[in-house]
Design a protein around this ligand. Structure first.
Ligand SMILES: [Zn+2]
Length: 78
């Protein structure tokens, strides 16, 4: 990963475990025409003791940067 994920600004959860990161930062949408990923999600997964805060970006770096800046686009309940 290029950028390090800062602790969640909402709940303070620290995301460093590789096993948890797989679920935390992932591509969430693929462009039907080019086949490239066009949306990435960073989510503070409830099942990993997070708060459900979700942040989206066009690229992985974009999503991580939004996350690190403390943005919240959605709060997941699952
Ligand atoms: Zn959180």
């Amino acid at each position: 990963m290029h950028r390090t994920l800062k602790p969640c600004t909402t709940c303070g959860k620290v995301w460093t475990l590789e096993s948890e990161l797989i679920d935390t930062v992932y591509p969430s949408r693929r462009d039907n025409t080019t086949g490239e990923f066009c949306q990435w999600t960073v989510v503070c997964q409830l099942h990993n003791t997070g708060c459900g805060r979700a942040v989206y970006g066009v690229t992985k770096e974009d999503a991580v940067e939004c996350w690190n800046r403390g943005k919240t686009h959605e709060t997941s309940r699952f």
